[in-house]
Design a protein around this ligand. Structure first.
Ligand code: FES
Length: 150
C-alpha cells in the first residue's frame, strides 16, 4: 500500500513532502508509521534520518496513531483574545484528553495549531479538513456530539 502511493510520484527527493502527505491522509489513523518511512526511504533513496527530520520539523505530521477526527484549535493571539483558552478547556473536559492525546475510543485527537487564516471568525478550529469558527462552549458540545454519533 505504501509503495503504491510512492509510485504515483517520480522517485526524486522533491516529492518527499507529497508522498508523506498522501500516506498520512489516507491512513485511517492519520499518521506515518515506521514501516511507511522505511518504504519511502528505499523508494526515494533518501536516508531514514532525513525523513524523520522532515517529520519532526513540520507539526502537521505525526508518527503516532491518531484519532478518526483530528481537532486543531488555533492558539494564535487573535483567537486567544477571543477566548480560545475557554474552548480548549471545554474540549479537554468533554474528551478527557490533554493536547496531543487521543480519546480512548480512538475517535478524537486534540492538537493546537497556529493561525488558520480565518481570524475574522475567531476562535477557530479545524476538524480534519473542515473549519469551525465563532466557537462557543455550546457549539463545541454540539459539534462533538454530532461527530460522536457518526
Ligand atoms: S488567529 Fe486563529 S485563525 Fe487566525
Amino acid at each position: 500500500m505504501f509503495l503504491d502511493i510512492c509510485k504515483k510520484y517520480p522517485p526524486t527527493k522533491d516529492n518527499l513532502i507529497y508522498i508523506l502527505h498522501e500516506i498520512q491522509d489516507t491512513h485511517p489513523q492519520h499518521y506515518i508509521s515506521e514501516e511507511a518511512v522505511q518504504v519511502i526511504s528505499e523508494y526515494l533513496a533518501v536516508p531514514v534520518n532525513h525523513i524523520y527530520g522532515v517529520l519532526t520539523f513540520y507539526s502537521m505530521y505525526s508518527t503516532k496513531p491518531r484519532g478518526k477526527y483530528i481537532i486543531r484549535l488555533c492558539e494564535s493571539p487573535p483567537c486567544y483574545i477571543k477566548s480560545s483558552d475557554i474552548i480548549l478547556r471545554r474540549l479537554k473536559s468533554l474528551l478527557h484528553v490533554n493536547v496531543g492525546e487521543t480519546t480512548k475510543d480512538g475517535l478524537f485527537t486534540l492538537e493546537l495549531c497556529a493561525c488558520l487564516g480565518v481570524c475574522g471568525n475567531a476562535p477557530v478550529m479545524m476538524i480534519n479538513d473542515d473549519v469551525y469558527g465563532d466557537l462557543t462552549e455550546e457549539k463545541i458540545d454540539s459539534i462533538i456530539d454530532k461527530l460522536s454519533e457518526v
